[in-house]
Design a protein around this ligand. Structure first.
Ligand code: SAH
Length: 249
């Protein structure tokens, strides 16, 4: 039996309410129910309800939040859907790999699948909140799908993967971990702390950042640090701060 109760679809700053409704419909078709909207331009909306058809309950129970950070604050795995490759390349998944990863992880972690604006997608800061990016392969001349079509493809792969016996084997051998992964919120606090300490020891100049924090984010995203490891790193940073103060004092 498929259970996607810990999988959340996040739509960032959607302009057209019709797309929100069509996304809800695509989600229900594929057995997903949790929808979070980050600053939707128009919501609630009759147009969205019309396009959702029999998936209105997904709109009714949707959560509306102010920022992507708060949408993923409790998530241990965040995957952002993006049509374009970026300046600093990020770990990239195919829709099939994405589905396998989500299914393997959802027992332990809340998972977010993040989709961007119709016109400009996800910005760099938003993409950096994701552990992985997923790209739907398309014709090279036109890579940008309609938002709801992109949600449908990703959710379809998820649904299909639950029917796939290989996934069960992958789940058994992959990703079994003794600790929970650090959540988005814990990792954000860590980045703030890390940046503060790097400034304090004169390693990092915030007026000339040279993509340092972006690279740090990519490093720790790749590792997908767990709660115990995060506590160790925070402890190290705290001791560095303590020692700097002691020396100065
Ligand atoms: N012009 C935008 C695309 C916006 S489409 C851009 O270049 O980024 C709206 C959203 O649908 C995107 O932010 C992304 O989350 C998803 N999407 C569209 N096409 C996609 C593709 N080929 N692969 C993965 N996600 C895609």
């Amino acid at each position: 039996m498929q259970d996607f109760s810990k999988v959340r679809i996040v739509l960032v700053n959607t302009s057209h309410p019709g797309n929100i409704g069509a996304c809800a419909r695509a989600m229900k078709n594929m057995g997903l129910a949790n929808l979070t909207l980050v600053q939707p331009v128009e919501f609630p909306s009759g147009v969205a309800v019309g396009r959702a058809v029999s998936a209105v309950e997904i709109l009714e129970s949707a959560t509306v939040v102010d920022s992507l950070q708060s949408a993923v604050a409790d998530c241990g795995l965040v995957i952002g859907a993006s049509a374009r490759s970026r300046r600093i390349p990020w770990p990239m998944l195919s829709p099939e790999q994405c589905a396998r990863k989500v299914i393997a992880e959802q027992a332990q972690n809340t998972v977010a699948l993040v989709f961007g604006r119709e016109d400009s997608g996800l910005n760099n800061d938003e993409l950096q909140l994701c552990h992985f990016h997923v790209q739907i392969p398309t014709h090279e001349k036109y890579s940008s799908l309609n938002l709801a079509a992109a949600v449908l493809v990703i959710c379809y792969e998820l649904h299909k993967a639950t029917l796939d016996s290989e996934t069960a084997a992958a789940r058994a051998e992959d990703e079994v971990w003794d600790q929970e992964r650090a959540t988005g919120e814990q990792v954000e606090h860590f980045y703030e702390h890390l940046e503060r300490v790097m400034v304090a020891i004169d390693f990092h100049d915030p007026t000339n950042p040279r993509q340092l924090m972006q690279r740090m984010r990519r490093l720790f995203s790749r590792i997908r640090i767990d709660v115990m490891e995060m506590n160790i790193l925070r402890g190290i940073l705290t001791n560095i701060e303590y020692n700097i103060k002691r020396k100065k004092g």
